[in-house]
Every structure is written in structure tokens, then in C-alpha cells.
Design a protein around this ligand. Structure first.
Ligand code: C2E
Ligand code: MG
Ligand code: MG
Length: 925
């Protein structure tokens, strides 16, 4: 674009130079001659004007709207003049005539209105009236100035010069007037268009240059003509030619518009535009003054022009003042608005900083406080004045200060970096507040020149976090470490032990009888007991040892540095002894015991550190196993872990799996042992006894697997199966119709079954489904059920008994159950334990006295008595003598398969009598 413009300019300059050389008077003498110059000029000017018209016409075809019309008019004006010049060239160079006026003048004069119209259309006029007035004043000033100049040098004389005709007179005056108008409009457009930037300044300059140049040449021509010095091909023609070249260049110029909109270009253009009208005025006054000075006369017209110029100048001044005032008001309003905005934003900033929940400190790079936001008082209780220029380190903990200052120094070295720190800050009350602080380095920011610390008080959050962590690792009730923390400590101890050459011991303690306290006195009492026990345990261990509550009534102790098993055992003993004193809960003394299991991890001599140390899980499991052994050994005992325990655990696990499979795979079955009425030997009932036909071990007696079933809870489904199967069997015997209808069915029930909420329902459902009458069912419970009774058990028994089912206490006399228990429990039968029956028949001994008193007790409580394990006729006789009502035992029959019972029912026969005489036999049965 720019290159093209330069090329156009260079070509135009070359053409101008050639034309100038031909028309330059001294060159006429070097052979070209005046005639050649005349013809060359005539043709050259026509071509130049028509060429300029063509260039601007092309530009018009590319432009849009007003610009298009403007360029078209400019093109038409050049073409019009070109047309006039062509006619003139024909007259002068071909026909050798110089007529005036002639057809050529039509073309020449046609140039003036078209160029004025084209120029006026070029820029946008201001929309405001004041703006328009100012533009017009400018135009008027220019026009008046030019008119004054023209009058002084040309018009005044022209008017007084006689002409051939009136038309000639008018036309010769029309030229200078047209020049004044077109030059004025051109300068006015220049001044206005430069300011409004509607058109490229270059184009405006070229057009103005062209038009003003043309008008000047025209006027020059008129003056030379007036004095008779003009001839075609004279230097005046150079002016015209150059003017058309400028217009042609304007038409061909391609503007980018970018550079012209830079602020510097705008300023230059505006200043230039402002100067134009005044330049015209100054030129007019200077030239007129010179003329007046030389010729000592001031014409009326000059005075009128001067007056008009003065009036317009005054108007312009007023307008300019108005504009300035408006501008000032506008600026004042803007300044006020900006001040208000700044004040609001400053107030907002201050409010934000003051009421922020964060505290903002600004430190200089050396760590001194240069600013502390007012919130420092509310949040940290610190006084802003006391902080002024104080070292920030003064607020920090000794141990943290160095690190924090190091970070702050690092931030100072990295402008605009941010980093988040967490440290404690001493509040005004001396308390430490935990903060989360974002440090932003604004050392390079001239408005701050320091480090901005955004401190947030996170004390509460940190405390809450600490509390949550504490809760996650501590038992809520006793505040002792919980299982998770205990495991963690054991793990650490095991890692540290080889380094210190110490042994680690873990003790598991389970409270004996805690469940009874919880069930009978309520959970609050249970909680109190646990809490007191925990406190006692903490008192009997060493300060470095850990006491933890693993859950329920299970506690654990970690001894991180013990000499050996003996020392660990001593601690275990102290734990048990701590329980010796009764706990006073709700004013009642309560005694609970504890069983302790001890497991050790021995430190090695260092030759192979940690080689055979157990893992955390292994050590905990060992202590657990030892505790189970301690419990099995009886209450209040200590057991040390032995490797064999693990094997027995494995066996137990295997057995449990077997037992589970036994129920599912039908390896369990029932045998029945008959019960007889001792007075007449009549078969009155049967007791269902469980049998396990183990595929490998063969027949497993119930005493070998029922305890395991009870521990694992398997007794619940097994017991339900026994009950259903026995009831079904009893109904099946009765269905034979061979006298089994009145037989009672005794079924053994474990405590665990009774503790299950739904047991009464299971019994009721069983009776309903099998159709067995409730009064034919007896449930046998061991004394331990009565001893470790709870609310659920008692309620279940009551419900069952209310349905008509009877309850028997099995193995009575072995469990130390007291009379009070018997009277409180819903019991119907007492089964005298075999151990009492065993020793009967050897005459009057201590055991026979015991058996007698049990039978008498039964009588006095209106309970039916049944003797177990009668093997000898003597025993039978003794029991008969005591008044025991029923009995069972090998003397009568061993437990047998159900078919055998069916046979017994079908053909009742006398049981074997042993050595008893026939008469006694009759008596016995
Ligand atoms: P228990 O209820 O006291 O049953 C009597 C036990 O004494 C039976 O042993 C029986 O075979 C045995 N016995 C009966 N008469 C004599 C005798 O004259 N001499 C000797 N030496 N023993 C005699 P068993 O069948 O081995 O049952 C042992 C215990 O297993 C039962 O004692 C009972 O407590 C429990 N049991 C058996 N079946 C079940 C059951 O289905 N559920 C529950 N929970 N426990 C059961
Ligand atoms: Mg029994
Ligand atoms: Mg028994």
C-alpha cells in the first residue's frame, strides 16, 4: 500500500518536473521555443486535468455513500476544467485564436461549483448547533481572509478594468471570486476534516493542496492577464499542472488508516486544523497591511473584509470560550465522578479489610510490620499502634520463628510469588492462635513495597481436627486409646524393640461377670464400672505403658520394655488385683473379676535383628488366645501364650466349620432316653439327646461339641433343629396310636438359645407346626442359666411357660443355685444330678443326705423331681424311699434310636432288674 503511494508520488513528481522544465522561461531559449511550450502546456494541462478526473472517478467508483458522491463531484470538476482546456487548446494551438469569452470558459467555470460541492460533502458536519456554527465561522473567517487578499491584489483592480463586453466583465470577475470560494472551502474542509478524521489526512492535504494551488494559479493567471504578461506555457501553467497532479495523486492514494489514528497523529492534525483559519486571517492582514503601507490607501472593501473578519473572530472567540467552558464543566464533572468512585472504592476496601475475618499484615523485607489491618484487634486482640514497625517475629513461637522468617525472606526475593504457611501467633491475651497465612510478595509493587500476609485464625478448626483425630483413636467412654491406636502403638513398639534390646508384652484382659451387671443394673451402671475399672488399670501400670479399651469389657495393656514373661505376669496379676476391691456403683458394691492373657515378643541379641519378632497381628492374636485360655481355666486367672494354643485354635476353627457342615449335611441325629415313674415303673416320657455322626471321628458325644456350638452361636440353629425334630418324632410315635399319646418329651436348651429374642416364638411355632400339645413338652435348662440370668431370659421363660410348656432345671445341685433363684424362676421340675444318684445305695452317707434334701426341696416348692443316672437297683430303691417321683438311667435304658422307643411304646416290658429280688422288682415298678 505504502509502496504504491510512493510510486504514484514519484511518477507525479517526474511529470511535474518535465512540465516545469518545459514551461520554465529560461529553458525557452535552449531550442524548445515559446510556441512549443504553449502547445505542450495546452495539451499537458488538458491531459493532467482529465487524468486527475479519471483518477478521482476510479476512486469514486470504489467509495460508498457520501464519499462516493464527493469523489464523483471532484472528478467531474477536474473533467470539466479538462474539457475547457481541450477546447482552449484547439482554439489556440490549432486555430491560432484566443477568443474571450469562449466555450472554453464554460468548462473552466464549471469546475468551481462542482469542486465546492464535492469538498463540502467530504467530511461529516458536526451534529450540535454550536459545533456547526463554529465550523461555519471558521469557513467564514477563511473566506473573508481570502477575499481580502484577493480584493487587495486582484478583484479591486479587475472590477475597475474596462472589458469588451458585459459578459466578458462578469466572467473575468467570476474567476477570482470562484477561486476565493473554492480555496476557502478547501481550507475550511481541511481544518474540519483533519479534526473529524472522516478522511485520511494525507488525502485531505493533497486535495487541499490541489484546490488551493489551483485557485492560487488561477488568481496569478488573472493578475498576469490583467497586466498583459500571461501567455500559454508560462510558469502560471506549472501551478495548474501541479494542482491537477496533486488531485490525481489524491485520487490514486490508498490509505491504511492505521497510522493516521495514532494519538500523536491526531494531536498534530487537530493543531494543524486549528491553525488554518488563523493562518488565513494573519496572511490576509499582513498582506493587506503591506499593501496599505506601500500605497497609503485603505479601500472601503478592505475595511468591510476586515470588519467581517473581526466580527467572525469575535464570534469564534465566544464559541471557543463556550466550548472551553463546556469542556471545563465536563472535565470537572468527570473529576468529581472519578473522585467519588475512588472514595467509594477506598471506603469499600477499608470496610473489607476492617471487617474481614482475615488479618492483613504488610511487612517490609526485613520482617517489620508496616501495616496491620484493624481486624487484628478483633481477631488476635492486638493493638495496631503497638505493631507499628515492630518485628513480626515478636508474635511468633520461638521454635517456629526462624522457619517463618526464612519463608518470608524467600518470598521477598521472588516478587509476586505467593506461599501458604501455617504457624501460631500470640494474641493480645497471650494465648497462641493457630493461623493459616498466605504470603504474597508485593515488594516490587510501588503502592505496597512489602510482603502482604493474609492471616486466618484457624485455631478452632485445628482444635476440632485434633479432637476428631483424638476421637478416631480413643474410646469415648474411658478416653483410653482404642483398638486402632493400640494396634499402632504395638506396631511402633515392635519396630523399636530390637533397637533397644527390649521385649514387648501385650496383655488382654476381659472382665468376668460384666454382662450380668450391664443387664441387671443397666448400661449407665455398666459404663460407670468400665470407667472405674479403666482408672484402676491406669494406676497399676507404669507411666510409659499403654492401657487401651478394645471394646465391650475387653481391655489391653502394652508394656514396651519388659524383662520377660515374669514381669509381664506381675503386671497381669496387678490388673486382676485392681479388681479385687468391689466397685461401688449407684451406692451398691459390685464385684467383677478379670481374666488376663499375656503374649510376649522377645528382643533378640542383635545378631539377626527382628528375625523372629511376631507381627502386630500375631502378637495381638496370641494375647487373645492366652486370654481365652485364662477364661477357660476359670475366672480370675492369668494364662501365658504358648505356641500350642494356636494349634488348638486352628483345631477349633476346623471343628466349627465341621459342625456347621454337620447341620447342613444331616450328620446330626437324636437319640431318646426313656423316663420312668419310679412308683410303678411306667414309661412316662423321653429325653431327646443330640448325636453327631462325624464322617471321620465317628460318633461324637454332645459334651464334646455343644460347648463349641454355644461359643460360636451355632447352638441356636442346631437347637431349633433339635426342638423341631424331637417334636415331630413325638407326634409320629403318638400317631401309631400305641399308647405314646401321654408321653412327655424333654428337650435340652442352652442359655444362648434363650438369650435370643425370638426363642419363645420358635417354640410356639414348632408346637403349632408339629401339632404337639404344649403340656407334653419339657425344656431342660442347666443351673447356669438361672445364675447368669437376664431380663430377656426371664421374659422368654415366662412366655413359654404361659403357653403350657414346662421348665426343668437339669443337673440340679451342681451349679450352686440358691433357693431365691428357684422361687423367682418359672420352674416345674428338678432333675437331680447324676453325681448325687451315683453315691446312693451305700447306706446313709453325706451324698444321700444331699439327694434327700434336694428331693425335699422340690416337694416343698411343689416341683416334680426326676433323678438322673440311675444305674443300680439300690439307687432306685433309695430314690423311691426318698419320694423321688421319676427317674432315668442306664438301669432302665440307655439313650436309643427312635425306632427302639417306638418298640418300647408298642410292647412295654419291665426294665432289667439287676440283682434285685422279684418282690422288690414289683415294688420298684
Ligand atoms: P443331660 O441333659 O443331663 O443328659 C443326660 C446325660 O447323661 C446323657 O449324656 C445320657 O446319655 C447320660 N446318662 C443317662 N443315664 C445315665 C446313666 O445311668 N449313667 C451314665 N453314666 N450316664 C447316663 P449325653 O447324651 O452324652 O448328653 C450329655 C449332655 O449333653 C446332656 O446332659 C445335655 O446337657 C447335653 N445335651 C444332649 N443333647 C442336647 C441337646 O439337644 N441340646 C442341648 N443344649 N444339650 C444337649
Ligand atoms: Mg437333660
Ligand atoms: Mg442332666
Amino acid at each position: 500500500m505504502r509502496r504504491r503511494n510512493v510510486a504514484v508520488f514519484l511518477v507525479a513528481s517526474a511529470l511535474g518536473l518535465v512540465f516545469g522544465l518545459v514551461c520554465f522561461p529560461p529553458t525557452h531559449g535552449i531550442g524548445l521555443g515559446k510556441g512549443f511550450a504553449r502547445d505542450f502546456s495546452n495539451v499537458g494541462l488538458a491531459i493532467a486535468a482529465l487524468g486527475a478526473g479519471a483518477a478521482m472517478g476510479v476512486r469514486a467508483s470504489r467509495a460508498k455513500g457520501r464519499q462516493r458522491l464527493s469523489w464523483a463531484l471532484l472528478a467531474a470538476s477536474a473533467a470539466s476544467w479538462g474539457g475547457g482546456q481541450t477546447i482552449w487548446a484547439i482554439y489556440e494551438s490549432i486555430l491560432g485564436k484566443q477568443p474571450f469569452p469562449s466555450a472554453a470558459d464554460i468548462g473552466y467555470l464549471g469546475e468551481i461549483p462542482t469542486i465546492v460541492a464535492g469538498l463540502l460533502l467530504m467530511p461529516n458536519l458536526p451534529s450540535r448547533a454550536a459545533g456547526r456554527l463554529r465550523v461555519l465561522t471558521d469557513g467564514g473567517l477563511i473566506a473573508a481572509s481570502l477575499a481580502m487578499i484577493s480584493w487587495t491584489f486582484l478583484l479591486g483592480e479587475q472590477l475597475h478594468t474596462p472589458a469588451d463586453s458585459r459578459l466578458a466583465q462578469v466572467i473575468s470577475i467570476a474567476y477570482p471570486i470562484g477561486d476565493i470560494v473554492s480555496a476557502s472551502v478547501a481550507l475550511f474542509v481541511l481544518s474540519h476534516a483533519m479534526r473529524t478524521r472522516d478522511v485520511s489526512p494525507w488525502v485531505v492535504l493533497l486535495i487541499t493542496g490541489g484546490v488551493v494551488g489551483f485557485a492560487t494559479s488561477d488568481s496569478w493567471f488573472a493578475v498576469s492577464n490583467l497586466h498583459g504578461t500571461y501567455y500559454s506555457g508560462s510558469p502560471v501553467d506549472i501551478g495548474w499542472f501541479s494542482a491537477f497532479l496533486l488531485l490525481a495523486v489524491a485520487g490514486l492514494h490508498r490509505s491504511t488508516g492505521e497510522a493516521s489514528h495514532s494519538p500523536a497523529a491526531t494531536r498534530t492534525a487537530t493543531a494543524f486544523a486549528l491553525v488554518v483559519p488563523y493562518a488565513a486571517v494573519i496572511a490576509a492582514i499582513t498582506l493587506t497591511a503591506a499593501e496599505v503601507w506601500i500605497h497609503h490607501r485603505l479601500t472601503m472593501s478592505q475595511s468591510v473584509c476586515a470588519l467581517i473578519i473581526m466580527i467572525l473572530g469575535a464570534i469564534r472567540h465566544v464559541l471557543a470560550t463556550q466550548v472551553n467552558q463546556r469542556l471545563r464543566r465536563h472535565l470537572e464533572a468527570r473529576v468529581q465522578e472519578r473522585t467519588r468512585e475512588l472514595a467509594t472504592s477506598a471506603a469499600r476496601f477499608t470496610a473489607l479489610v476492617t471487617h474481614s475475618s482475615d488479618v492483613i499484615f504488610v511487612l517490609d523485607p526485613s520482617g517489620r510490620v508496616t501495616y496491620a489491618s484493624p481486624s487484628v484487634h478483633e481477631i488476635f486482640g492486638l493493638d495496631t499502634a503497638s505493631l507499628d514497625d515492630a518485628p513480626f517475629a515478636r508474635l511468633l513461637k520461638l521454635g517456629e520463628a526462624a522457619l517463618v522468617l526464612e519463608e518470608i525472606a524467600a518470598a521477598a526475593g521472588a516478587p509476586y510469588s505467593t506461599r501458604t504457611l501455617s504457624f501460631a501467633l500470640r494474641g493480645g491475651d497471650g494465648r497462641w492462635r493457630q493461623t493459616e497465612t498466605v504470603v504474597t510478595s508485593l515488594v516490587d509493587d510501588p503502592a505496597v513495597q512489602g510482603l502482604v500476609l493474609n492471616c486466618r485464625d484457624i485455631t478452632e478448626r485445628s482444635e476440632l481436627e485434633a479432637q476428631l483425630v483424638h476421637q478416631a483413636f480413643h474410646d469415648v467412654l474411658t478416653r483410653l486409646p482404642n483398638r486402632a491406636l493400640f494396634r499402632d502403638r504395638v506396631a511402633h513398639a515392635l519396630v523399636a524393640a530390637p533397637r533397644h534390646g527390649a521385649s514387648v508384652a501385650v496383655l488382654f484382659l476381659d472382665l468376668d461377670g460384666f454382662k450380668a451387671v450391664n443387664d441387671s443394673l443397666g448400661h449407665d451402671a455398666g459404663d460407670q464400672l468400665l470407667l472405674s475399672a479403666a482408672q484402676r488399670f491406669e494406676h497399676v501400670v507404669r507411666p510409659g505403658d499403654t492401657v487401651a479399651r478394645l471394646g465391650g469389657d475387653e481391655f489391653a495393656v502394652l508394656l514396651e520394655d519388659v524383662a520377660g514373661a515374669d514381669e509381664a505376669g506381675e503386671v497381669g496379676q496387678r490388673l486382676i488385683e485392681a479388681l479385687a476391691e468391689p466397685f461401688v456403683i449407684s451406692g451398691r458394691p459390685i464385684l467383677v473379676g478379670g481374666s488376663v492373657g499375656v503374649a510376649l515378643a522377645h528382643a533378640l541379641d542383635g545378631s539377626s535383628p527382628g528375625a523372629s519378632m511376631p507381627t502386630t497381628e500375631e502378637l495381638l492374636r496370641n494375647a487373645d488366645l492366652a486370654m481365652y485360655r485364662a477364661k477357660a481355666n476359670g475366672r480370675g486367672g492369668i494364662a501365658h501364650f504358648e505356641p500350642g494354643m494356636h494349634a488348638s485354635l486352628v483345631a477349633r476353627v476346623q471343628e466349627e466349620a465341621d459342625l456347621r457342615a454337620a447341620l447342613e449335611e444331616g450328620q446330626l441325629r437324636l437319640e431318646y432316653q426313656p423316663t420312668y415313674r419310679l412308683a410303678d415303673g411306667a414309661l412316662t416320657g423321653v429325653e431327646a439327646l443330640l448325636r453327631w455322626d462325624h464322617p471321620v471321628r465317628g460318633l461324637v458325644p454332645p459334651n464334646d461339641f455343644i460347648p463349641l456350638a454355644e461359643q460360636t452361636g451355632l447352638i441356636v440353629p442346631i437347637g431349633s433343629w433339635v426342638l423341631r425334630e424331637a417334636c415331630r418324632q413325638a407326634v409320629e410315635w403318638a400317631a401309631d396310636g400305641r399308647g405314646a399319646a401321654g408321653l412327655t418329651l424333654a428337650v435340652n436348651v442352652s442359655a444362648r438359645q434363650l438369650q435370643n429374642d425370638g426363642f419363645a416364638d420358635i417354640v410356639a411355632q414348632c408346637l403349632r407346626q408339629t401339632g404337639l400339645a404344649p403340656d407334653r413338652l419339657v425344656l431342660e435348662l442347666t443351673e447356669s442359666v438361672l445364675l447368669e440370668h437376664d431380663e430377656v431370659t426371664v421374659a422368654t421363660l415366662r412366655a413359654i411357660r404361659a403357653s403350657g410348656v414346662r421348665i426343668a432345671v437339669d443337673d440340679f445341685g451342681t451349679g450352686y443355685s440358691s433357693l431365691s433363684y428357684l422361687s423367682r424362676f418359672p420352674v416345674d421340675l428338678l432333675k437331680v444330678d447324676r453325681s448325687f444318684v451315683d453315691r446312693l445305695g451305700d447306706g446313709e452317707s453325706e451324698s444321700s443326705a444331699l439327694a434327700r434334701s434336694i428331693v425335699q426341696l422340690g416337694h416343698s416348692l411343689a416341683l416334680t423331681t426326676v433323678a438322673e443316672g440311675i444305674e443300680q437297683p439300690d439307687q432306685l430303691r433309695a430314690l423311691q424311699a426318698m419320694g423321688c417321683e421319676y427317674g432315668q438311667g442306664f438301669y432302665f435304658a440307655k439313650p436309643v434310636r427312635p425306632e427302639e422307643i417306638a418298640k418300647m411304646i408298642a410292647a412295654p416290658k419291665a426294665p432289667p432288674q439287676g440283682s434285685a429280688p422279684a418282690s422288690e422288682r414289683a415294688l420298684a415298678l
